[in-house]
Design a protein around this ligand. Structure first.
Ligand code: MG
Length: 408
């Protein structure tokens, strides 16, 4: 019979230290749920024919979806975990026992940076020694400190290791050890400890300083950086740029509003809405950067709803859609071209209003003015036009993680 190797991915933690409602293994890391990265690494190891995920019971369906999108070679299934990691692992082992593998790699779902190489070296050590733990040398000096604060001793750093996962065992050995732990009431924080407690030797295998466990949200930017460095095709996306242009006729008896600011002038601008030509250009630039069409598509001037509409409100509506798709304005630059009136006295007020509408800092909003030198309809004072350039940046998705993906 060929040797069979299974991976048991422990993903049942509530992630209370993480501060999101969603368990941390489903939090976004470089555009994918964190769990997916571990699954992909295990699926890439040829010797592994089966992957079992231990998930918190309200998230079983979510875990199945992640497995389905991540695992293409191995067979997989999902089983329910328990409150403590130790119990979750035992649940997973008992689930695997129905069709027991020879060897099992136990892995923390919150170590997304594990590599096929680390997994393979753990398997290789377990074949020879029956129990292997991935680990790395310790870089800090470690002292044992008495509860009263006094240093007991300085440990010999050359012999210390930080323990990671995978931890790989003969299946029967680790199952027996975990069952014994329940009988004897042993509480452990890793799987090798139960095997050690049985008196069975455990051998170190090669881990990596990059194989970090994501514990707090502060770990995510570093994990993202590591992931992007490994995968050059996942570089931080460049900001998206959009351009907008608009022109409105000058009309007597109409108010003049530019960048959401009322400007004193004998003549205003003609138009279906409040005719704020500058905000129309900005709105079109935002839609352009987002790849969402143009202002006329969203707010047709044939629709009486938008008669006299406040262009600031239309911009806000567009921004809601943009935010929902995970983007936000980086900066905005507007050029207003008008023979009259003078824009300079209103410039700071316009910047402030623009910044408020676009939800950016005032230094990220800019307003410029030109006269067109008396040339053409704008230069002759028959129309006012405006150009706008906007950048959109991707927003960090994990701050928006919601718990509405759960089964219940
Ligand atoms: Mg317009």
């Amino acid at each position: 019979m060929p040797e069979s190797i299974a991976a048991l991915i422990v993903a049942a933690g509530a992630g209370t230290r993480f501060g999101t409602q969603l368990p941390k293994v489903y939090v976004d890391l470089c555009g994918q749920p964190m769990l997916k990265w571990s699954l992909k690494a295990y699926d890439a190891v040829e010797a592994i024919s089966r992957i079992c995920v231990v998930a918190a019971s309200p998230y079983m369906q979510k875990a199945r979806e992640v497995c389905d999108s991540a695992i293409h070679s191995a067979s997989w299934d999902v089983t329910a975990g328990d409150d403590r990691r130790q119990e979750s692992v035992l649940n997973g082992l008992l689930h695997l026992k129905k069709d027991p593998p020879d060897i099992v790699c136990i892995h923390d779902g919150a170590r997304p940076l594990v590599t096929p190489g680390i997994i393979e070296s753990s398997i290789a050590v377990s074949r020879e020694h029956h129990a292997a733990v991935a680990c790395i040398p310790v870089t800090n000096t470690i002292k044992s400190v008495h509860p009263d604060g006094a240093v007991d001793e300085t440990l010999d750093r050359s012999r210390l290791r930080t323990i990671q996962t995978p931890q790989t065992f003969l299946f029967d050995l680790v199952l027996k050890a975990h069952q014994r732990a329940v009988e004897e009431g042993w509480t452990v924080t890793d799987d090798a400890s139960v095997v050690e407690a049985m008196g069975h030797p455990v051998m170190a295998s090669e881990g990596s300083p990059e194989n970090i466990k994501i514990t707090t949200p502060q770990d995510l930017p570093y994990a993202e950086w590591l992931m992007r460095r490994r995968n050059p095709d996942m570089r931080t996306p460049a900001p998206r740029v959009g351009h907008g242009w608009d022109l409105h006729r000058v009309a007597v008896g109409r108010p003049l509003k530019l960048c959401g600011v009322a400007v004193e002038c004998e003549r205003g601008l003609d138009g279906h809405s409040d005719a704020d030509v500058a905000l129309h250009a900005v709105t079109d630039a935002i839609l352009g950067a987002a790849g969402m069409g143009d202002i006329g598509q969203h707010f047709p001037d044939t629709d009486p709803t938008y008669e006299g509409a406040d262009s600031g409100e239309l911009l806000s509506e567009v921004l809601e859609m943009v935010h929902d798709s995970g983007m936000a304005v980086g900066n905005v630059d507007v050029t207003i071209i008008a023979a009259a009136p003078k824009i300079a006295p209103y410039r700071e007020q316009m910047r402030a209003r623009l910044a408020e509408l676009c939800r950016i800092k005032q230094e990220c909003a800019n307003v410029k003015a030109k006269t067109s030198e008396g040339l053409g309809p704008v230069g002759e004072g028959r129309a006012i036009s405006a150009h706008a350039v906007v950048t959109l940046v991707e927003t960090t998705k994990y701050t928006n993680s919601r718990a509405d993906d759960c089964d219940e």
